[in-house]
Design a protein around this ligand. Structure first.
Ligand code: ATP
Ligand code: MG
Length: 147
């Protein structure tokens, strides 16, 4: 599946503001197949592990606190060129720099509360997807072809 999937989280702010449905709608309309989906609350340990690469950044503690502050929605998304296409759909990290029409332009509240996460490489997409979903909870597009 490497190269065909990406991993996303709808962050606590967007969940709290009732944007789950609108964001999943944009994801589907942009041609992504939802492989896996769940709502859950991250433990501090999981959030720290997930954002480990940012450990030395000044915003790390506040980011971890935010990511644990309420439920998130985690999903694996499938599409040709998934990582790059999804980064384009979500827009820039800083919502004031995100292209109009992107998820972050519409639903982000700030650079930290920026509505969604999207994997930044194929390798991280695989790592993040498998961290959240075991094989029995992954329903790739191929699995529907005999229906
Ligand atoms: P994500 O990894 O969540 O998809 P990203 O790849 O666009 O976002 P990163 O540089 O990986 O951006 O930063 C991870 C997250 O850390 C951002 O999405 C944002 O929530 C938070 N963040 C990044 N920069 C800042 C900052 N300067 N101040 C506060 N929070 C920040
Ligand atoms: Mg990132």
């Amino acid at each position: 599946m490497e190269g065909r999937i990406t991993f996303t989280m709808i962050k606590p702010g967007a969940v709290k503001n009732e944007h789950i449905g609108a964001i999943l709608g944009m994801i589907n309309k942009s041609g992504f197949h939802i492989v896996s989906l769940k709502m859950m609350r991250l433990s501090k340990e999981s959030a720290e592990r997930f954002y480990e690469v940012h450990k030395c950044r000044p915003f790390f503690d506040s980011l971890v606190d935010f990511m644990c502050s309420g439920p998130i929605v985690a999903a694996i998304l499938e599409k040709e060129n998934a990582v790059e296409d999804y980064r384009r759909l979500i827009g820039a990290t800083d919502p004031t720099k995100a292209e109009p029409g992107t998820i972050r332009a519409q639903f982000a509240e700030s650079i930290q509360k920026n509505a969604v996460h999207g994997s930044d490489s194929d390798e991280n997409a695989m790592r993040e997807s498998y961290f959240f979903f075991p094989e029995i909870d992954r329903f790739y597009k191929d699995s529907f072809k005999n229906d």
